[in-house]
Ligand binder design. Structure first.
Ligand SMILES: Nc1ncnc2c1ncn2[C@@H]1O[C@H](COP(=O)(O)OP(=O)(O)OP(=O)(O)O)[C@@H](O)[C@H]1O
Length: 311
């Protein structure tokens, strides 16, 4: 469905380069650089006020940068000849004429954008809304409105999709659908950039994450790697009836040892095999030995600690 256009995946890379936006004395975005790769779902993550929406708006030429630039497939959005066919974006919860049906909403956009009317039916089916095509927008649930917004963004068959907080307010079934949908677009080679302030969502939806706080880049990489890079903060939880002996043995290895409220030892600085060997050498009986890895939530809180976005 490329109609001879460059295939998705070859030219949909997003490059944000030293982007800065200053409002009065607030640096909403501060010397921010990152790239978003085609064929992957990238989560753009940051606490409220971190600068996500401002960055997306600069990417889409809705806000003029104070400095730096952002390109999509090597071109600034403003320089794209037919932007709807290159980039689909949903920045806010979809709105439509309340009395208009879903299908008519999309047909109106097709007509205005010079797209074939058949795209309205195709995209509505693509987002699973075909059964509600003839229902009026005012009767749509929040999840249906989100889907309709995405359908509108997909009308031009863009190779890049940018969604601001698409999972906001969705129920678990809606999130599951969103995950499958975004992954399938990425599998087709498209670039998918999705913002969120909810870490749990990004763990579900994204392959890569770009984490920002107070307008600055904090970390970028595959979700697994970003979490893995914090593995040094993993702690080993160990239960033993001879806690004092084990504690002394571990402290000899320069491990840190805390006690949790269930009297288990929480050991930092060494891995589980090291704890097991130390216990064996000290003749200590173990009742539990487990590595507690931080999830993205823990990583995120640590990385953005003190830099939350209320500025
Ligand atoms: N038009 C504006 N005028 C003045 N300040 C602004 C404007 N737009 C954003 N800001 C400020 O810039 C900072 C970043 O806001 P932005 O909306 O980009 O953050 P965000 O990460 O999208 O947050 P949220 O998840 O809450 O939407 C905030 O301090 C915000 O108050």
């Amino acid at each position: 469905m490329n109609d001879g256009r460059s295939s998705p995946g070859t030219s949909g890379e997003i490059v944000v380069s030293r982007l800065t936006k200053v409002y009065g004395n607030v640096r909403a975005v501060n010397d921010l650089s990152f790239t978003v790769t085609p064929g992957r779902v990238t989560g753009f993550l940051g606490p409220n006020g971190a600068g996500k929406t401002t960055t997306l708006r600069m990417l889409l030429n809705l806000v003029t940068p104070t400095a730096g630039q952002a390109t999509i497939g090597g071109q600034r959005y403003a320089d794209l000849t037919d932007p709807l066919r290159h980039v689909g974006a949903v920045l806010e919860a979809s709105s439509a004429h309340r009395g208009r049906t879903g299908i008519n909403h999309l047909r109106v956009i097709c007509a205005a954008a010079g797209l074939p009317r058949s795209r309205a039916d195709e995209t509505l089916a693509h987002v699973g809304l075909a059964p509600a095509a003839g229902r009026k927008f005012k009767g749509y649930s929040l999840g249906m409105k989100q889907r309709l917004g995405i359908a509108a963004a997909m009308l031009g068959d863009p190779r890049v999709l940018i969604l601001d907080e698409p999972a906001n307010g969705l129920d678990p079934e809606g999130i599951r659908w969103m995950r499958g949908f975004l992954k399938s677009l990425a599998t087709e080679g498209r670039t998918v950039l999705v913002s969120s302030h909810l870490l749990s969502e990004m763990q579900l939806l994204a392959d890569d994450v770009v984490i920002i706080a107070a307008g600055r880049l904090v970390r970028q990489g595959p979700v697994d790697q970003v979490v893995g890079s914090m593995a040094r903060n993993a702690r080993v939880r160990v239960r033993t009836p001879q806690a004092d002996t084990l504690r002394a043995a571990l402290e000899n290895l320069s491990a840190t040892v805390d006690v949790d409220d269930q009297e288990a030892l929480l050991v930092g600085g060494v891995d589980a095999p090291t704890v097991g060997r130390a216990a064996l050498a000290a003749g200590v009986e173990l009742h539990e030995l487990a590595t507690e890895r931080p999830d993205l939530e823990g990583v995120f809180l640590e990385l953005t600690n003190g830099k939350a976005g209320i500025r």
